[in-house]
Ligand binder design. Structure first.
Ligand code: ADP
Ligand code: MG
Length: 694
């Protein structure tokens, strides 16, 4: 991008190999990356609240002199406790951290410290538990971190706000002039958008919140615009391709709908109608099927499979994990056992197939002796070829990239594609974000499902929770107990699941059948445990987030989630979706204490609703779309700064401009549009490659 700023961070003063590594962890490799490393939030430190005027229960910022800093081991919890007492002249505040013994030294000799956290009153003194902290030791610190609107950046272990702020400031001072504007001038003028240099400055060190908002508007507009351009171009290229047009009769549709022991929901029927129409057309289908966990997506997908089968074609279902692939396989097999799909020949491709077996299956697939192939991304392997693939299902789309999706569809001659996702996205958003897809929504649950009750407990109350679980098990239920794995401290948390497994097995649940699954078990081992759990040979399953997606055990109606504050909201919702799948009411127990406003918002949302759409909306609001969709997972959602929920107006504006431009020049052939095309090529390479290939 901006040529001159495209040099390594090593050229920045004071950045050696160790710091370079830390920056890499934050995704910062070049000076330009610093410019686009945006604050996670801002603190208005123009007027700090004096300690004497702090409001109990609210998140606030305090700046004071260090009166004392010490650490000790709590005889009660065995935790290491660091304590800092701040004095700002109006009063004193105690700040407490656990298990960070290095803090005692860190604060010694500090002139001033800034803390941000929730203020509590404990034994008559004001305190904050695990607040964010910053040292103020020099005039430079003061100028960047006090008496102004201060940017707060996402950090990694070993990196401080203070250092990051200083580094970004010095990069801005030195290299800002090398930023070039990529947004076409006519758009900038038309929408009165500031230039990029000013905008980037105002995002990091704004003088006012108005300046900061205007700057965000500008970068968001730019991001939305190029993103919409790529989406619309891709859409145009698909609708122009020839595809297979399936013959589907009314009677076939009716007999499919009638072939189950239960009535399909009207949402399922509507989705089936939509898929039918698409499959009949002479252009490839590219459709997203959205539906909360348990809404019955599999059956809708099966309709497409049967329609392809009826037309003498093959289908493929690609799932994100082997457990899920196996589950689809069994589910569909059980339908066939009931005589529904007698003649459908199905193959499950897994990584633990023996070589000879695999070859045999591949051969059969190639010869058209298999009608439906189910597997993981093994399906896109080079040596798997189909005779006549015409329908492809991609389950849990957020785990796959645009590229993988394309690879699978290329195996057929422009097969129809159905993408299934349990992450619901609000309607308006969907059109704009997934502008290259058509969308069907299962917004209705099959009748007769139990309700899920969700409650929150503090960690001190865990013995009561275990007692509750015991009682539920005695009533014939099965339970999950889930522990977090968070990337930075994966080993640490894995230990937590393991240690707790040992402890619970020996003590609280000694007379129950307890087992453990986590992501580092071998696949077949995981599968074996899940199998036992499904067969009711396990009462309590201790697990990490491996149980998150799609696992289906209707008798497991109790779930305990430990450290619930550490999970993302959508993840919590997915986890909780594992229970309440039978007709009985289910119980979800969250254990945790939120230490950030975001965490407390997340838990509040989860306690207040089980509606996946509402939860997704909340999650988008709390997190912003970048982390909601997983940043680098697919080109579809490579929005880094712009937030399609809070900035929907800008998104729509940008989309309108993109539509207008593509109407004038659908393939961006005119010479004035070449710069725009180059930028799309750079930012969304897979997209443009697919457009040009098509
Ligand atoms: P999803 O993939 O959307 O999470 P599934 O397709 O796995 O949901 O369906 C969940 C369960 O509900 C399955 O056991 C399925 O057989 C069942 N089911 C699907 N549709 C209906 C319906 N209309 N009525 C009753 N049960 C249904
Ligand atoms: Mg499913």
């Amino acid at each position: 991008m901006h040529s001159g700023a495209n040099v390594s961070v090593q050229y920045v003063k004071g950045v050696g190999p160790a710091r370079k590594k830390l920056f890499m962890q934050l995704g910062i490799e070049t000076i330009e990356d610093f410019f686009y490393f945006f604050p996670r939030r801002y603190e208005d430190r123009r007027h700090l609240t004096p300690v004497a005027e702090l409001k109990i229960g609210e998140f606030q910022t305090v700046c004071g002199k260090v009166l004392a800093s010490e650490s000790r081991r709590s005889w009660y919890t065995k935790k290491h406790v660091s304590e800092l007492i701040l004095d700002d002249g109006s009063g004193r505040l105690t700040c407490i951290w656990f298990n960070q013994p290095y803090l005692e030294k860190y604060f010694q000799g500090a002139k001033q410290v800034v803390c941000y956290g929730r203020v509590e009153m404990y034994k008559n003194r004001l305190q904050m538990i695990s607040p964010e902290y910053e040292l103020i030791n020099s005039e430079e610190d003061e100028s960047l971190s006090l008496k102004r609107i201060v940017p707060i950046y996402p950090l990694t272990r070993g990196m401080t706000q203070r250092y990051l702020r200083k580094t970004i400031k010095s990069c801005l001072d030195k290299y800002k002039d090398q930023l070039h504007d990529e947004l076409p001038v006519f758009l900038r003028n038309k929408h009165k958008l500031a230039n990029i240099k000013r905008s980037i400055s105002n995002i990091h060190f704004p003088e006012s919140f108005e300046d900061q908002e205007a700057a965000m508007r500008r970068v968001s507009f730019e991001e939305f615009f190029f993103f919409q351009m790529s989406v619309i171009l891709r859409r145009l290229s698909i609708t122009h391709k020839p595809g297979i047009s399936h013959k589907i009769s009314d009677s076939f549709v009716l007999s499919f709908i009638d072939s189950f022991a239960f009535k399909l929901t009207s949402a399922q029927k509507k989705a089936i109608r939509e898929i039918r129409q698409d499959m009949e057309k002479g252009h490839p289908m590219l459709r997203l099927l959205q539906g909360d966990v348990g809404s019955g997506k599999t059956i809708v997908a099966l309709f497409g499979v049967m329609a392809a089968f009826k037309n003498g074609c093959q289908s493929a279902i690609m799932a994100p994990t082997e457990i899920l692939a196996a589950q689809h396989y069994e589910k569909i097999l059980s339908f066939s056992k009931e005589g529904l799909f007698n003649n459908l020949r199905i193959a499950l491709i897994t990584s633990n197939l023996k070589e000879a077996e695999k070859e045999k299956k591949y051969q059969e697939i190639k010869e058209g002796k298999i009608d439906l192939v189910i597997g993981t991304h093994a399906l896109i392997s080079q040596d798997l070829n189909f005779k006549k693939l015409s329908f492809v299902v991609i389950d849990e789309q957020h785990k796959f990239g645009v590229r993988q999706r394309a690879l699978l569809t290329e195996k057929g001659s422009n097969s129809d594609v159905l993408i299934m996702t349990a992450t619901p996205i609000p309607r308006t958003l969907c059109i704009t974000l997934y502008g290259d897809l058509d969308v069907s929504v299962l917004d209705e649950m099959p009748p007769g499902r139990g309700k899920i009750k969700t409650v929150l407990y503090k960690s001190e109350q865990s013995s009561a929770v275990y007692e509750l679980v015991r009682n539920k098990v005695k009533e014939g239920n099965q339970a999950y107990i889930v522990y977090p794995i968070i990337e930075e401290s994966e080993t640490l948390d894995l230990k937590a699941a393991q240690t707790m497994f040992k402890q619970l097995q020996k003590n609280e649940f000694k007379d129950l059948r307890v087992e453990l699954v986590h992501g580092q078990l071998k696949k077949d081992q995981t599968q074996k445990v899940m199998e036992k759990f499904r067969n009711k040979e396990i009462d309590v399953l201790i697990a990490t987030t491996v149980v998150e997606v799609g696992v289906d055990v209707p008798n497991a109606n109790v779930m305990v989630i430990e450290h619930a504050e550490r999970f993302g909201l959508s993840q919590l919702h997915q986890l909780r979706g594992r229970i309440g799948r039978g007709s009985q009411d289910a119980l979800c127990i969250l254990i945790g204490e939120p230490v950030t406003p975001e965490a407390s918002q997340r838990l509040k949302a989860l306690l207040s609703t089980t509606d996946g759409f509402k939860i997704a909306q909340q999650d988008l609001l709390i997190r912003g779309p970048g982390s909601f969709f997983g940043r680098h997972q697919h080109g579809l959602n490579e929005l880094k700064f712009a937030n399609p929920i809070t900035q929907l107006d800008i998104l729509e504006l940008a989309r309108r401009e993109a539509i207008e431009l593509t109407q004038q020049d659908p393939k961006l052939e005119s010479s004035i549009n070449q710069p725009v095309k180059e930028i799309i090529r750079k930012r969304y390479p897979t997209y443009l490659a697919m457009v040009e290939a098509g």
